[in-house]
Design a protein around this ligand. Structure first.
Ligand SMILES: Cc1cc2nc3c(=O)[nH]c(=O)nc-3n(C[C@H](O)[C@H](O)[C@H](O)COP(=O)(O)OP(=O)(O)OC[C@H]3O[C@@H](n4cnc5c(N)ncnc54)[C@H](O)[C@@H]3O)c2cc1C
Length: 345
């Protein structure tokens, strides 16, 4: 991705985040939380915000480590529009909510792990650790915080796109490519990123078009390479995807031309699903992910992040792997603090 696109994207992400934060925090939140007396019941070793694949994986590791854990989840995972999930071993081809439900049932067996359906709206550093406030006016204390909050896809201004998202407008060939092999496929992207993406997708189909949705910013060499590999480049502005129940049939251009299409890969712009990590001082990368070390530590001591919010590797397998790591490392930190051991990572 070019620097200019990166900067524009980053700026857009920030503006979007600020806007969402404004709407997310109710005006009377302060008065609600002041009236909410803290009790021991509101105090945990670890609070996990986000109880989807990565949050549940962290919760499982911590439950097995006998930790008192609270998982706060709004139950809005990013893949809910997809009929099936693929490429996650033991659960290939299963509906996303079924996988999450199995995971939740297994985590619920650990009696030290509690769940609350709510939206966390504010996080504060306090002496003993952290305080999380929710939209319903509750507040909870935790020695450590794990954000497993995911990201929110921002849909491009193309009619019908959001209805197709997760069904025939897709983000990842490893998740969906096998199911749409050898069909009329498009890639919606431009420039360096478009070149890389369309080259990747050529592994799954030979009937491939790169839709730059405006003037191509490919180099001459990239254009020649794509053409010699029989990949079409279409610069027409797209206004609509005609579809039946999310399965796209035709792509409609601003000049009223149409062409047949079955699957369209795209890289959406995104924002963090929760703005709390950034509000609490966690640094984001230029791309908009929470910056983490290889043990899922963020730039704020005691706060961890896992899953989509901190990785370009947008898969269940990665969400679960990073969630498990976060859970295990948080437990390790709590032990080290008890024994006054100096941290080595
Ligand atoms: C359309 C689509 C299809 C996909 N298909 C596949 C596939 O086939 N195979 C595959 O391996 N991967 C697939 N993925 C990727 C996979 O879904 C993600 O990598 C995975 O869901 C990330 O898990 P996560 O726990 O990090 O985030 P999410 O699953 O997005 O969950 C985040 C959770 O945090 C909660 N949350 C956020 N903010 C707050 C807050 N402030 N308070 C309380 N709760 C909060 C949300 O409500 C949500 O429940 C797909 C992704 C998409 C978008």
């Amino acid at each position: 991705m070019s620097n200019a696109v990166n900067i524009a994207r980053r700026k857009f992400l920030k503006q979007g985040a600020a806007l969402l934060a404004t709407f997310a925090i109710p005006r009377n939140l302060e008065s609600l939380t002041k009236n909410n007396q803290m009790t021991n019941k509101n105090t945990y070793d670890v609070i996990i915000v986000g109880g989807s694949y990565s949050g549940l994986a962290a919760g499982l590791a911590l439950g097995r480590a006998l930790r008192n854990v609270l998982i706060i989840d709004a139950e809005k995972p990013c893949n809910e529009s997809s009929p099936h999930s693929h490429n996650f071993i033991t659960n290939d081809g299963i509906a996303p909510d079924e996988i999450a439900m199995t995971a939740k049932t297994q985590v619920k067996k650990y009696e030290t792990v509690e769940f609350v359906k709510d939206i966390a709206v504010k996080g504060l550093k306090i002496n003993e650790g952290f305080k999380i406030e929710t939209i319903s006016g509750k507040s909870f204390l935790g020695k450590k915080l794990i954000f497993a909050t995911g990201i929110t896809d921002l849909m491009p201004n193309i009619q019908g796109y959001s209805e197709c998202w997760g069904i025939s407008a897709i983000h990842c060939p490893f998740c969906h490519g096998y199911e749409v092999q050898h069909v009329k496929t498009g890639v919606l992207e431009n420039g360096e990123s478009g070149f890389e993406f369309v080259s990747l997708i050529s592994n799954w189909t030979e009937d491939l078009t790169l839709y730059t949705n405006g003037k191509s910013t490919l180099t001459e060499e990239q254009t020649r390479t794509l053409e010699s590999n029989h990949i079409r480049i279409v610069e027409n502005k797209i206004i609509k995807l005609e579809h039946k129940d999310g399965y796209m049939e035709r792509i409609v251009f601003a000049d009223s031309n149409k062409e047949r299409i079955t699957a369209l890969y795209a890289k959406n712009l995104f924002i963090q699903h929760s703005q709390i990590p950034e509000q609490m001082g966690c640094i984001l990368t230029d791309e908009g992910y929470i910056r983490t070390g290889n043990m899922q530590t963020t730039t704020i001591d005691g706060i961890f992040a896992c899953g989509d919010n901190s990785s370009r590797m947008r898969t269940l397998a990665n969400a679960v792997a990073t969630g498990t790591t976060a859970g295990m490392i948080v437990n390790k930190e709590l032990i080290e603090e008890k024994f006054l051991i100096k941290r080595k990572y």
